[in-house]
Design a protein. Structure first.
Length: 563
């Protein structure tokens, strides 16, 4: 394996690529600095899996697809995490002749020697692909064991208060609680969690992470550490550490694995202490474009037209965590222009964009949505993004802004598009102002994607078929649709889902609907809105996603109907 290997010639000899294709790939290599594999992939001359299989054959070792390989976590832990991440390697199997180790670069002699030394056994090599390897390492070396260990240490230190001086015991406990909190955040970042819940119970402490919209739980028997965790997190968020009887809200920033994480923290007194929920906003994350969030071509085209109008209001509705702000920022990124003054008013500021004037709401300082919005109108804006309409005052000011030559993009908490206008009127907004300003309402949800690594065909249950036929029409023949679901694999932590995608419905207000609002005839408005959305509701779009194999009927029921 130490001789120089020419994968290009090997692929030509196997008639997988041609000499002309190899020359084009090498030219791309020279101009971009890419390696040969990436150059061939970019030009579309070979699939990645095929390249890796051929490369492994050239090396005389097997290729292992980690997405479908059953990894033994206990065995894998025998290779320390620092070595696994440094050398991009994973321990796969224990054989009589030694360990079977997967590596991204099996030609790294130094790495092979170091891994063999630390394992103290001979090793046999396999080639693995880097992205699934890194995902596997994040799952194998999760911080759950480390978190439990720190929790035990902290419990021991707290019990030793009577044996040590208060100052000495406090110093030791503080050190451990800081390490425990950092491990909590590292674990959350590794699994792409959006929220961390810390919930004290009578005899234990629950830590739950929300991943792809679903909570995952870890329990700890060390109940008394809850107070130490709460105190330290309050300190980090600048809250009153002595106040345990009233809810508090705060925020802080923490750096985890080279990522800047903004944390929005909320405390709530519960029966056995204080419940703490932390929303994690990754400021290092990439902003999604409108093309990536899952809109149908028809909705995408119309939404792009609406965000380019010079004035009026566009509402995006849905429950908390349904991706409303991501959608609005995807739109802002397309209309962001140095010739336009754009002001955003948010709680908190979730994304950073050049040329935007972004304002953070701070209620404790009197910087409420309504007050900031009123001041923002004196800043000569062209476009205003208002994080949320929460009350009558904010709604009225936003509607007036939309009426006086500004484009206002904002969000509202409603279940669907047709009820958004009615909600504004219920808040106290004048119906004629709602009729005059709202151009369109986009309702959305996020559903979990079927894991592409373990997707397989499946037949819906009789209950699922009956439900969807009832809502979408008896003519719907679900038996002819090839649905898929994830059977569970290492890539998706055995859940069958990986990532999320949006489902949408877009209500465009026509003259008849505007007239009904102007007359404050909500019944007539709802009737006309329902007719306009016929066949184009959230449920219809979600079903289309399932029919394309992107999600499952069960996931649609969970998200849209909360079953």
């Amino acid at each position: 394996m130490q001789r120089k290997l020419d994968i290009g010639d090997f692929l030509i000899n196997k008639k997988i690529i041609t000499k002309d294709q190899l020359e084009k790939a090498k030219t791309l290599q020279e101009t971009t600095g890419k390696n040969l594999k990436d150059a061939l992939l970019e030009l579309g001359f070979i699939k990645e899996a095929e390249f890796l299989k051929q490369y492994a054959e050239l090396l005389g070792i097997p290729y292992v697809d980690l997405a479908h390989y059953s990894i033994q976590e206990v065995l894998a832990h025998q290779l320390p995490e620092s070595y696994a991440r440094r050398f991009k390697a994973i321990l796969l199997k224990d054989t009589p002749d030694g360990y079977f180790v997967g590596m991204v670069n099996p030609l790294d002699i130094f790495a092979i020697d170091e891994i063999s030394r630390v394992l103290d056994r001979p090793i046999k090599l396999a080639l693995v692909n880097e992205p699934p390897l890194l995902r596997a390492l994040d799952l194998i070396y999760r911080r759950t064991g480390e978190i439990s260990n720190f929790a035990e240490q902290l419990e021991t230190e707290l019990k030793s208060y009577d044996l040590l001086s208060d100052e000495e015991a406090q110093e030791q406990a503080d050190t451990i609680v800081i390490r425990l909190i950092h491990s909590l955040f590292e674990d959350a970042v590794q699994v792409n969690a959006t929220d961390i819940h810390i919930e004290p119970a009578e005899k234990l402490l629950r830590v739950r992470l929300r991943v792809d919209g679903v909570l995952q739980e870890q329990t700890m028997e060390e109940k008394r550490i809850a107070s130490a965790l709460s105190q330290r997190l309050k300190l980090m968020a600048g809250l009153n550490m002595a106040e345990k009887r009233l809810p508090q809200d705060g925020r802080f920033t923490i750096r985890v694995r080279d990522m800047q994480i903004d944390v929005r923290l909320s405390t709530m007194p519960v029966q056995y202490g204080e419940s703490i929920v932390m929303r994690l906003l990754n400021q290092s994350g990439r902003l999604l474009t409108l093309d990536e969030i899952g809109m149908s071509p028809e909705i995408l085209s119309r939404f792009r037209e609406f965000i380019k109008i010079p004035w009026g209001m566009i509402l995006v509705t849905g429950p908390t965590g349904s991706g409303k702000t991501t959608t609005l920022y995807g739109g802002l990124s397309e209309i962001n222009d140095i010739r336009k003054k754009i002001i955003t008013i948010e709680d908190p500021v979730e994304y950073r964009l050049e040329h935007l004037n972004q304002i953070q709401i701070r209620t404790q300082l009197g910087l409420t949505f309504s007050r900031v919005l009123r001041s923002a109108l004196r800043q000569d804006p062209d476009i205003i993004l208002l994080g949320e309409i929460r009350d009558e005052e904010t709604a009225t000011i936003a509607l007036r802004a939309a009426l006086t030559g500004h484009l206002v993009l904002t969000t509202l908490h409603t279940n669907d598009a047709k009820t958004a206008s009615i909600r504004l009127i219920d808040m106290g907004a004048k119906s004629y102002m709602v009729a005059a300003t709202i151009r369109a309402v986009l309702a959305q949800r996020l559903v979990r994607r079927v894991c592409s690594s373990c997707a397989e065909p499946y037949q819906p249950t009789a209950q699922e078929m009956s439900f969807f036929e009832n809502f979408l029409g008896k003519t719907l023949d679900l038996k002819k649709v090839k649905f898929v679901h994830g059977k569970g694999c290492n890539v998706c932590s055995q859940t069958g889902y990986k990532g999320r995608i949006g489902v949408f419905e877009l209500l465009e207000l026509d003259e008849a609907m505007i007239d009904a609002l102007r007359r404050n005839d909500t019944a007539d408005f709802m009737k006309r809105a329902e007719a306009s959305l016929a066949g184009k509701t959230l449920l219809h779009h979600a079903y289309q996603m399932a029919a394309k194999g992107l999600t499952t009927l069960d996931e649609i029921l969970r998200v849209i109907f909360n079953f």
